[in-house]
Structures are given as structure tokens and as C-alpha cells.
Design a protein around this ligand. Sequence first.
Ligand code: PLP
Length: 371
Amino acid sequence: MTPEKFSPPKRILMGPGPSDVPPSVLEAMSQPLVGHLDPSFVEMMEEIKGMLRKTFLTENEMTFPVSGTGSAGMEFCFANLIEPGDEVVIGVNGVFGTRMTDVARRCGANVVTVEAEWGRIIEPEQIARAVEGGQPKIVALVHAETSTGALTPVEEISRIAHKAGALLLLDAVTSLGGCPVRVDEWGVDAVYSGTQKCLSCPPGLAPVSLSDRAMDVVKSRGVAVQSWYLDVNLLANYWGDGTRVYHHTAPISMGYGLHESLRLVLEEGLEGRWRRHEENHGKLREGLEGLGLGIASQVGHQLWQLNAVNVPEGVDEAAVRGGLLDNHGIEVGPGLGPLKGKVWRVGLMGHSCQTENVAQFLKALEQELGK
Ligand code: PLP
């Protein structure tokens, strides 16, 4: 028997991603296909590159969306910059720093980890100690650790990395579009993001940007990039300004969606969008305090777009999360690793970051906690 046509239930996506997608992005994605070398599509690719530069606050020529989710962006950056035996210093304060170490090791890197307790940030002094006396090629950081809700400041670490002769590689999967990400001002050499968090497009593309310094490192490689699919030299023949050369078939509808979601980001304005995230985080925090609940991540470095809410003693984390979904249609995320069972991860990302959603969530949580 052929299954019925799939009809998704109505949800409010307030977890660690994906976030709710605005109707105009869904509409854009349902438009008829054109070919991936069609002149109209090529023109749209140029607009995507331009809008991504504005969103990343960079002039980097090599700025485009890699096909695949945020993890493809992570692999893209490491695969292109690392040659076997290279020293790479990685800040690990949650799931995604841990994933970076795995990806970098698979590329043949000699990885030095700089660890912080989950929920805390990576401190500049820790990086300074790790690069001392070494020859790191890359210092890598997760800007917004989605697994814990901590935002690590970048500028000072970037200075330390460059002084040590290293490139700075930044994971901006959860930060881009929800709080400041200033690629050029902060001297970030390689950055990747994902479409499904604060950009509020479905998952499927990974915006990336490489500085000229990073591209010089790519060009001076002794061995070919080990990944054919993610080799920036090959991708540049399709995404660059010259004659478009087929590399792989671009995910056309995702391109339509990203184009529309970036348009919405820029129409709102970056500053206005950041303010909206900050304000709704403040409202959520206030409401949680009213319920006697706090946020687990380091005070002063708490993310606006992802709140790790402490589960009170004696409360079944999974049962409350299940109740929020079944009885209120609200999705929140569970804690991971050492935070499993201890926090709910409440996202206020992009289109999901709305005052009405905060109010609805607080009311639903109060009911599920039986307050
Ligand atoms: N980095 C961070 C900080 C993330 O939050 C995520 C996803 O949640 C990723 C990387 C991986 O992205 P994806 O799941 O889109 O592959």
C-alpha cells in the first residue's frame, strides 16, 4: 500500500534548529525549477553572494553557500585548509567543538584541544597558552555553542591566533543572523554557517566565507584537497565570477529559499534583527525567573537565540518536553552530553523569535510543570 501524502503537524519550532520558516521563503521554494546554469539562476547566485557578504559583514570574494547542512560547512573549512600533520588548536566547550576535533583529525590534523566546562566560554588566556611555543596553522572556535547556549567572544582570540601565525576559523551556524558576526572587523579567516537557524530557511545549505589569507593557504597546498565535493578550487569554477562550470547540480530550490530568507534579513536590517533577538531573550529570561527557573550557561555570555533552561529538581525533563509538543505543538530541544536530562534547549531563532511565541511557551511550560 502506498502511504498517504505526508502532511506535517502544525508546530512552533523553539528548539535548537530548525526554526520556523517565513511563508515567503516557503513560497519561493515552491517556484518552478530552472536549470542550475540558467542565466536567471546565475544572476540570482550573484545576488545570494552579495547578500551573504552583507550578512557576514565581509568583503571576502570567496563567499557562497556550500551544498549541505552546517556540518558540510565545517568539513569544507577544515578540508580546504588542513594538510596532514598540520597543528590545529580547537576550543571545545560543547558538542560542536567536539565535532570539530573529529573532522580536523579525519583531515589529518594534529589537534590540540582547549577545553572549558560545558556552558562556559573559551577564555583568550587558554588559547594563548595553547598556541605558545607551537606552530598552529588554525585556531578554531564555535562562536555560539548550540549545545550549551554560551557565546564565546571572538576578537581577542582572533588577535592571539594571528600573532601566533594561525588563521582563525569560526563556527557561526547558530550566531549568524541572530547576534553580531563581524567577519572582517574581527579578522575571521574562515567561517561557516547553516540556513536553518537564525536565517530561517530550511536546512540544506551552508553559507561560507574565506579571507584572502585563507585562500593563499589553500593555493599554497602541497597536496590536493582530500574531498572532491568540497574542494573550493573546483567550487569556485561554479560559484566564481567567470564562466560557470558544472561541478555538481546546485540544489536549486534551496537557492530560491536562501535568496528570499537573506532578503528578509537585510530588509529587517542586521541591527534590528539582533535587537529583536536580544529583546525576546530578555522577555523569556524574565518569564522564566517568574517561574523560578534559570539559564544554565555562563552569566554575561548567554546566547539570545538559544537558552539552556535548567530543569528543576525532581522534574522529568523528557515528559515536560513531550507535553509541550503533544499538548501545545511547541518543539524544544533536550540537553546533550553532560547536560542531558538537566536542561531544555529553548530556541528563539529568526522567524521563531517572536514575542507571542515567548508568551505562548511560558504559558505552556507553566501548565506542563503544574504550577
Ligand atoms: N555547529 C553548530 C554550532 C550547530 O548548532 C550545528 C547544528 O546544530 C552544527 C554545527 C551542524 O549543523 P547541521 O546540523 O546543519 O549539519
